[in-house]
Design a protein around this ligand. Structure first.
Ligand SMILES: Cc1ncc(COP(=O)(O)OP(=O)(O)O)c(N)n1
Ligand code: TZP
Ligand code: MG
Length: 211
């Protein structure tokens, strides 16, 4: 049973681009993306606060589901839709503060043990990765592949799920066939020759998420 400790999200979050700038957030909102993440790495809070505040304001204006990666205090301060955290972040984050502020929580997982840890926190969604090899982030483990992903999706039943890692336009149909509710992508959009065409095609396949 899906009974999160945080506000729920729709079972299908649809296409979920993960990007590193306000410019990308604005572009993607303008073409109809409704779930997205601002992922800026390795900066001090004061260096990213203006960008995080601007991205959150844009998300509100477009009635979109904007998750902030890592910077959970700033996400609370500026009232983001949600926060995305990794496994190692769970130990150092005040999860009660996120819940009390009414933000959704997404948690990364890479295997069954990490899914156990994530489920114990009862987040709003569980991310599963990396599905395929990725150039975007250094990964300590091997890609899980579509079959293992399908096993995790079956285990998680009605829990909202997000697949991430190496998902291209060509690979998206096989990933979606596992029943996963969302595909998170970086390079499939940001490195595409024509990002607008790529986004439109991915939206066609994955949808913009349930209301
Ligand atoms: C949707 C989604 N899934 C997984 C990740 C990876 O998050 P994390 O493990 O915290 O690693 P970094 O992104 O912080 O490098 C994600 N960001 N989004
Ligand atoms: C942030 C992150 N977490 C797991 S894989 C990944 C990067 C995904 O990027 P791409 O879609 O370009 O493979
Ligand atoms: Mg993180």
């Amino acid at each position: 049973m899906y009974q999160p400790h945080f506000p729920p999200v729709p079972f299908r979050l649809g296409l979920y681009p993960v990007v590193d700038s306000v410019a990308w957030i604005e572009r993607l909102l303008k073409v109809g993306v409704k779930t997205l993440q601002l992922r800026i790495k390795d900066k001090q809070d004061h260096e990213v606060e203006a960008d995080i505040a601007a991205a959150i304001a844009l998300g509100h204006r477009h009635q979109a589901r904007l998750f902030i990666n890592d910077y959970w205090r700033l996400a609370i301060k500026h009232q983001a839709y949600g926060v995305h955290l990794g496994q190692e972040d769970l130990e150092t984050t005040d999860l009660d503060a996120i819940r009390q502020a009414g933000l959704r929580l997404g948690v990364s997982t890479h295997d069954d043990m990490e899914i156990d840890v994530a489920l114990a926190a009862r987040p709003s969604y569980i991310a599963l990765g990396h599905v395929f090899p990725t150039q975007t982030k250094q990964m300590p483990s091997a890609p899980q592949g579509v079959d293992q992903l399908a096993g995790h999706i079956a285990r998680l039943a009605d829990y909202p799920t997000v697949a991430i890692g190496g998902i291209s336009l060509a690979r998206a149909p096989a990933v979606l066939a596992t029943g996963v509710g969302s595909i998170a992508v970086v390079s499939a959009i940001t490195q595409a020759e024509d990002w607008q065409a790529a986004t439109a095609q991915l939206l066609q396949l994955a949808g913009a998420g349930d209301e």
